[in-house]
Ligand binder design. Sequence first.
Ligand SMILES: NC(=O)c1ccc[n+]([C@@H]2O[C@H](COP(=O)([O-])OP(=O)(O)OC[C@H]3O[C@@H](n4cnc5c(N)ncnc54)[C@H](O)[C@@H]3O)[C@@H](O)[C@H]2O)c1
Ligand SMILES: [Zn+2]
Ligand SMILES: [Zn+2]
Length: 373
Amino acid sequence: MGFEGRTMRAAVMYGVNQPLVIEEIEIAEPGPGEVMVKLAASSVCHSDLHALDGGWPPQVPIVLGHEGAGTIEAVGPGVTRHAVGDPVALAWTPGCERCRFCLVGRPNLCERLAETVHANVMYDGTTRMRKDGQQIYTFMGTASFGEYTVVPETGAVAIPHGVPTDVAAVVGCAVTTGFGAATKTVRIAAGNTAVVIGLGGVGLSAVLGCAAQAAGLVVAVDVHDDKLAMAKRAGATHVINARETDPVTAIAELTKGRGADFAFEAIGLKATIEQAIAMLGSRGTAVLVGMPPEGVKFEADPTLVALMELSIVGSNYGSANPPIDFPRILGLAQSGQLDLASLITARISLDSINDAFEAMKRGEGIRTVIGFA
Ligand SMILES: NC(=O)c1ccc[n+]([C@@H]2O[C@H](COP(=O)([O-])OP(=O)(O)OC[C@H]3O[C@@H](n4cnc5c(N)ncnc54)[C@H](O)[C@@H]3O)[C@@H](O)[C@H]2O)c1
Ligand SMILES: [Zn+2]
Ligand SMILES: [Zn+2]
């Protein structure tokens, strides 16, 4: 793959806990089966912070960012599903469309993601970004913290015209992950008790999903009061500040000792994963959405799991099939049934991206969206 391409501004990570460097890099034109996307908006997810703070140390240099939306700028040879100018959101599960998971509509489990997205490269094992002759890795196959990106054609998902680009960006990860965990990974019955622990972009989207499924009690847990207030607006019936009240005790009281039917963990901490399991009632399900730093393990009591018939399930990208679920979720937002705009609590330019990571470390705000001029 040659590098006949163009230059663009991007935020490049050179090392763990080093500020991203905003600079000009080169991006190649899309190869066969690939598309170039001109980013309009890209938001910051905690998974980017996991890369930056060394929880999931990536190869460097790398362009982070995986919640992005924009328009198709160029299509590579053989691409027929996209045309220049079409609005798209990026998906970090660019399925191969041939493996047994892709074929049943589960590209989030595509058998080729390990060698591509999880290795921060394209299908040919290289990337389309470089500087001074050195390859730059592309985080989660999306690398949305730049003016342009090149992704496999299945990594760009057509979205309805007229959707605000910042809302489309947050659907690219947080909303699809959280809302999908509560609406696709598990089946919440009307009247069930559902708890969400951790109210960032992912957790608040899970609250929206629990409310959409008509859960009876929707209990939202965080350590910041502003997040609890947002959860109430998103449909939580009760909120718990975990700094003041033990969530497991509080859920036992709220449910008169029965425990929760569903507990979504949306942080990725051993302690809160164990709380999610401990607050379940018989036949309850803990849904693990948050992703801890590499190496973290949780403990559960197998006897209680058996006696109470508990389930502990994982949720990857909200069990989403992006070409189906992005337009579905954005349609709910367009018709006013889902308030996604309120998840966006700050808008910045690419030059201020390091401030967005600092704010996330302090637990401030929900989603910061970078707007590209
Ligand atoms: N499963 C998936 O497919 C998937 C997809 C995207 C993100 N994630 C993961 O989901 C997690 C959340 O992402 P995010 O972007 O919403 O993060 P975030 O940093 O925006 O939100 C985390 C929230 O947890 C709260 N919190 C921290 N410690 C707490 C505690 N002890 N008790 C209660 N609340 C506490 C914080 O105040 C914050 O509101 C991350 O681990 C991320 O990597 C998973
Ligand atoms: Zn994410
Ligand atoms: Zn596949």
